[in-house]
Design a protein around this ligand. Structure first.
Ligand code: LLP
Length: 426
């Protein structure tokens, strides 16, 4: 069931009118549906209920504290990639025993913080990182639980910027490197290798690359078993694709049916890190038409959201559906563009849309994942507000930034301005 629907020709999120939100909170504003998020989580829970597992929501997709609190409430953990994400996860009440930590460039400070927080597993991406963690473990007189991230070197059939499990990317270890690490793991006294991790890419709409990668990893685990090395956890990452336009991604139930027989052979418990699947289609970006600009050859619908709010179109040539807030007769073919000074600042090119005029609201669909989380202050534009809808209730879960927020932490060097002038300025 879709929770973004038209009722009497007006767009709603669950039982809340988008127009009402736009008028109260202003635009641009991200609007998320709790019901959709919970439904997506339930689909995963049902799909894997018969196999020992934990879910670690990949919080880079959308790290708002309220979204994380939904995860915590349902007993999910998170996949993190920085000290900042760890901080957010702890603030939102995520159980540290369900936090896994990936990333090729963890700093020593971040590793210390993760260990002190008592997280479940650090997903190690290089031998050099392993040595660093071992050294930190020695200092702390602790045995640190880790998983080795394997790069299975397969082709995940997605945009090259978001393909991570193929040859030549910076992620993970080759099978040979992992083998070498196991053979000298006795020397690493402050490390306990509990699992293997893979994450082959994002927005993957076929099960095939997962099967291919898992078969390789399963063979590797068998090889380890013959050497009396046992692995308890297998982390298969995230990457499950969603519908932006006409994709036909597998449902979690089909996904589990195909991969569980392979996972079962390994005897490992499962970790799954979906991000986009949970929140992508649970969010829209609501924006207002500032101007409809006509030129001899083209129409431009200039809206108040820009690439600073949602960079996916500029970065990956991604497709996002655009919905009017009000259904109307008649269409217009136009480019939908933002106010940012870049020609890459557009949401659609030559798109046929319902007639839109100045002051109308519209929604850029499928913006719940990698929308706000990749947003910036480019062109000194305050970042958007975020709203969470729950049935007929609606909560502001991040206020719109102010101009003062823009200069937070900045100062004018004393050499550039005298104190008196500075006082007047601020
Ligand atoms: N686990 C790891 C280790 C990851 O690096 C990622 C995403 C995930 C899980 C979750 O992947 P998901 O289920 O969301 O596909 N900004 C891009 C996506 C980058 C994904 C990075 N890693 C986009 O907007 O398409």
């Amino acid at each position: 069931m879709n929770h973004f629907n038209f009722k009497n020709g007006r767009l709603y999120c669950e039982d809340v009118s988008i127009k009402e939100i736009a008028e109260k909170i202003g635009t641009p504003t991200f609007v998320y549906s709790s019901a959709t998020i919970n439904r997506h989580m339930a689909l995963f829970e049902e799909a894997f209920q018969d196999y020992p597992h934990i879910f670690c929501y990949s919080m880079k997709a959308n790290p708002n504290l309220s979204i994380l609190a939904i995860m915590a409430k349902r007993g999910w953990g998170v996949d993190i990639v920085s000290g900042g994400e760890l901080f957010r996860a702890m603030k939102a009440g995520i159980d540290p025993k369900k936090i896994v930590y990936a990333g090729v460039g963890k700093t020593e400070k971040e590793i210390h913080e993760a260990i002190d927080a008592g997280i479940f597993l650090i997903n190690v991406e290089s031998e050099e990182e392993l040595q660093t963690i071992n050294k930190i473990g020695r200092k702390k007189e602790k045995e640190i639980a880790i998983a080795l991230r394997i790069n299975p070197e397969i082709e995940p059939e997605t945009h090259h910027h978001i393909a991570t499990g193929k040859k030549g990317t910076k992620f993970g270890l080759s099978f040979q490197q992992a083998k070498d690490i196991f053979s000298k793991s006795q020397e690493l006294k402050n490390i306990k290798i509990k699992g293997l991790h893979m994450h082959i890419g994002s927005q993957i709409t076929s099960i095939k690359p997962y099967e291919e990668a898992l078969n390789k990893i399963s063979d590797f685990i068998q090889e380890l078993k013959q050497k009396n090395i046992s692995i308890q956890w297998l982390n298969i990452g995230g990457g499950m694709g969603i519908i932006y336009k006409e994709e036909i991604p597998p449902a979690p139930s089909e996904f589990s049916k195909s991969i569980l027989p392979i996972v079962q052979k390994t005897g490992c418990k499962l970790i799954i890190e979906p991000g986009r699947f949970i929140v992508g289609n649970a969010g829209i970006l609501v924006s207002k038409v500032l101007r409809v600009k006509k030129r001899e050859d083209k129409n431009f619908i200039i809206v108040d959201a820009g690439m600073d709010n949602l960079i996916r179109v500029a970065l990956y040539n991604a497709h996002h559906e655009i919905l009017p807030e009000e259904q109307k007769e008649g269409t217009i073919t136009a480019d939908v563009v933002g106010p940012v000074c870049e020609s890459g600042d557009f949401f659609a090119k030559n798109r046929q849309l319902p007639i839109l005029k100045e002051g109308d609201y519209l929604a850029i669909a499928s913006s719940g994942a990698y929308g706000f989380s990749m947003s910036s202050n480019y062109n000194s534009r305050p970042r958007a507000a975020e709203v969470l809808v729950d049935n007929s209730r609606c909560y502001l879960i991040r206020r719109r930034e102010s101009y003062l927020d823009l200069i937070q932490g900045e100062s004018i060097s004393p050499r550039l301005v005298d104190i008196e002038k500075k006082r007047k300025l601020f």
